[in-house]
Design a protein. Structure first.
Length: 264
């Protein structure tokens, strides 16, 4: 595997690379990331994983500063998964001096996570479009855990005629049901135990929906003292999704379950 730091070097390396699969990440790899890498490896001639903690999608400096950075570990894991190129640029490579062009996906950018994290999806949409333009992938891979993000990127791809196939893979969970996230590292053992109320509540909500009941009320009833930022049933792309976000200790977690529509 080759670690690449600049756009020019990556573009030169990818000349004649055939079908390219791109897995955009911010690092701190876990099994959720690995599931995307494995799908990309199975479906493409060349696999590029980007490792870039995108400052444009963070609203608070402390949140950005505290995001886990484990490049040495991530490089080793990516190589073990058969990744061809790990694109790990500096912030200045993606946002050079006087950078001033931003991508805004209206509607989806302003609800759920967008309401609680103003400007977040502007940063996500901009960096993803830049990565698509830099890498030129045939396919790009995202996880359903970030379902709103995946739906927003799908809208961007459709609206701007980006010539790639978007693959959204199911959420990967620990054996106890907690959705895998780089942010889980911020949970103490006691907080992690409390956080299990989130997937259990979503499953209760999904069961209520299947029975014709109120999924939101059923979810809130099982959150066991955790005060969510939101619990909502929303349509994200072709899927009806029950989504929530809540803070456990100082760690903010998001999760969702697909109620209707393909979950791959």
């Amino acid at each position: 595997m080759r670690i690449v730091r600049t756009i020019a070097e990556l573009r030169a390396a990818l000349a004649g690379a055939g079908d390219v699969g791109l897995v955009p990440t911010m690092g701190a790899f876990h099994e959720g990331h690995l599931s995307l890498m494995r799908a990309a490896r199975a479906e493409n001639e060349t696999v590029v994983v980007s490792l870039f903690v995108n400052p444009a999608q963070f609203g608070e400096g402390a949140d950005l500063a505290g995001y886990p950075r484990e490049e040495e570990h991530d490089a080793r894991v990516a190589e073990e998964e058969g990744v061809d190129f790990l694109f790990a640029p500096a912030s200045e490579e993606i946002y050079p001096p006087e950078f001033s062009t931003w991508v805004e996906v209206e509607g989806l950018s302003n609800v759920l996570e967008g309401e609680y994290r103003p400007g977040h999806f502007r940063g996500v949409a901009t960096v993803c479009l830049k990565l698509f333009n830099i890498v030129g992938p045939r396919r790009a891979y995202f996880g359903q855990k970030d379902g709103q993000q995946a739906a927003l990127i799908a809208q961007l791809v459709r609206d701007l005629n980006v010539p790639l196939e978007l693959r959204v893979l199911p959420t990967v969970r620990d054996a106890d049901g907690l959705a895998l996230s780089s942010r889980n590292a911020g949970l103490s053992p006691e907080e992690r135990e409390r956080a299990l109320a989130i997937p259990r509540a979503l499953e209760a909500g999904a069961a209520a929906h299947r029975a014709g009941g109120d999924a939101v009320a059923a979810t809130r009833a099982v959150l066991n003292g955790i005060a969510p930022d939101y619990v909502e049933v929303v349509r994200l792309g072709g899927r009806l999704v029950l989504a929530t976000a809540a803070r456990v200790g100082s760690t903010r977690l998001i999760d969702n379950v697909v109620l209707e529509g393909a979950s791959e």
